[in-house]
Every structure is written in structure tokens, then in C-alpha cells.
Ligand binder design. Sequence first.
Ligand code: NAD
Length: 293
Amino acid sequence: MKVLDGKALAGTIKEELKLEVDTIRLAGGKIPHLAAVLVGEDPASQVYVRNKVRSCEKVGFKSTLIRRGADVTQTELLEIVDQLNKDPDVDGFIVQLPLPKHLDEDAINLAIDPKKDVDGFTPVNIGMMTLGLPAYLPATPNGIMTMLDRYGIETSGKEVVVLGRSNIVGTPMSILLSRKGNPGNATVTMCHSRTKDMEFHTRRADILVAAIGIPEMVTADMVKEGAVIIDVGINRVDDATRDRGYRLCGDVDYKGLESKVSAMTPVPGGVGPMTVVSLLMNTLKASKRASHA
Ligand code: NAD
């Protein structure tokens, strides 16, 4: 089985980005600038945002972290979004999800200027993506597409099954893989919580993308011999043998599938690092667009 090593691939792409930023700097151009808004104390969100900021530094981007407590009001958060929309130095920004329950995520998302929406979550970017027009693609699906491309995994004419229909992973993933293009041109089936007999679908999959959020739910009996497995899930499960008291695992039983499938992403070190790198690629794109506007 081939390990689809997202960590190594993300490292390679970061080197490429760094070279590009160095060239921009030498030419006296604008250094790409990503801002991240983090609300509250959610431990996973803190880790994700820290990784994003660190990755910016590694490739020579400018980054700004804006932190607010879990008690921030909707009006205050909308004001921050408005300022970031207007700040000419900020090329792109993200508001880390999930937000505390009292905040309206949809309203915040709708307030983000699509030109700075490097997470690719706003309706304009989702619509442009669906129509096959230039858009900021959502970071995780874009990272997976980059991975399929760089690892030379054929998708054309393949049976792809996507588990999960979230707006940030499952739905855009199914659109991108069924679109005309390379990677793309696949026959896509999307399964979700109301799917009857999910195993029937997963067993037919040449490529299986799991984005459900249930630890190790996909077991060896559910997949086809030689399938390619993309495990998006990041789940914390209790583990008393670890200092921190938990371990991370995906939606797929990695050990159980190892001897049956042809290629698979590990968790951690698979899709996660590709998500971060794809945010950086979008920010560079935004920066280039802004300087040519
Ligand atoms: P979500 O948590 O918003 O939704 C889960 C989806 O799974 C829903 O569409 C639901 O219909 C489906 N589902 C739930 N139970 C199911 C079942 N029993 N059978 C079939 N489908 C079922 O989804 P999300 O935000 O896409 O997150 C999914 C997982 O991916 C989580 O573990 C999350 O932490 C992880 N994630 C990882 C990255 C990354 O960079 N690696 C990025 C985003 C999300």
C-alpha cells in the first residue's frame, strides 16, 4: 500500500511557495498577508489556527491573528470582518469555525468579501467553483485535489464515493470530482446520515473519501480491494497510554485497511497538512490578484 503522505507533500509545496515569496520580495512586490480570526477556546481550533499562522511564517507570508473571547458579540465580530474586508494590506482572511453557539455563522460568512475569502466558503466562490469558473476553492477539498494530482491518481471515469455532505468538505469534494477536469471526470456518489446501506456504495468505490467525523467507522469489509482511501476525519479518542490522554484518528480503520487498499492517507499527516497548504496557495493567489487590481 502506498501511503499518501500529506505532510511530506505539503512540505514540498511550502518550499515552492517560499521560493515564490522570495522572488516577490527581491522584486520589491507585496508580501502575501493572511489574517485569521479565532473566537473562544476550542482546543482543536486553537491547534488549527496555530498551524496556519506557523505555516505562513515558514513560507515568508505576513500573518495576523485576531483573538476574541467566546463572549464576543455578533456585532463585534461583524465589525472585525468589515475591517479586514477594507484593510488593503490583508490579502485574505479566515474566520475559524466552529463559532460559539450564540453567533450566526452564516451571517458572518456572508459578510466576508469573496475576493478575500481564501477559505472558499462564501456563496460567490462556491457558485464560481460549481460553474467551473476561477474561484478560491475550499481549502480541504482543494488540498485533496492537489494530492490526487501530485500523486498521479487517476480519477477520470472512476467510481468515487464521498461520505459526508458538509458545506466545507463533502459537498464541494463531490462537485470538484464530478466536474470536467483533471482531477475530476469521476462518477460520484455522496453518502450521508440518511443513506440506506452505505456499505453497498463504499464497496463499489475505486476512490473513497471519508468526511464524517466518526472514529474508524470505515472498516475493511466496507471497501473494495485496491481502492484509494482519502481519510478526512480528525477525531480525538481517549488513550490513557498517551501523555495528553487522547490520540488522533481518522474516520477509517487505518490498520484494518492497510493490507487491502492500494493507497491511503494517514491521520494525522494526510489531509490536514494539505488543507493548510491550500489556504496558503489561495492567499498567494489573492495577493497576486490584489497587486494587479
Ligand atoms: P460535519 O461534522 O459537518 O458533518 C458530518 C457529515 O457526516 C454530515 O454530512 C453527515 O450527514 C455525515 N454523517 C454523519 N453520520 C453519518 C453516518 N452514520 N453515516 C453516513 N454519514 C454520516 O462534517 P465535516 O465538517 O466535513 O467534518 C468531518 C470530519 O472531517 C470531522 O472529523 C472533522 O474534524 C474533519 N475535518 C478535517 C479537515 C482536515 O483538514 N483534515 C477539515 C475539515 C474537517
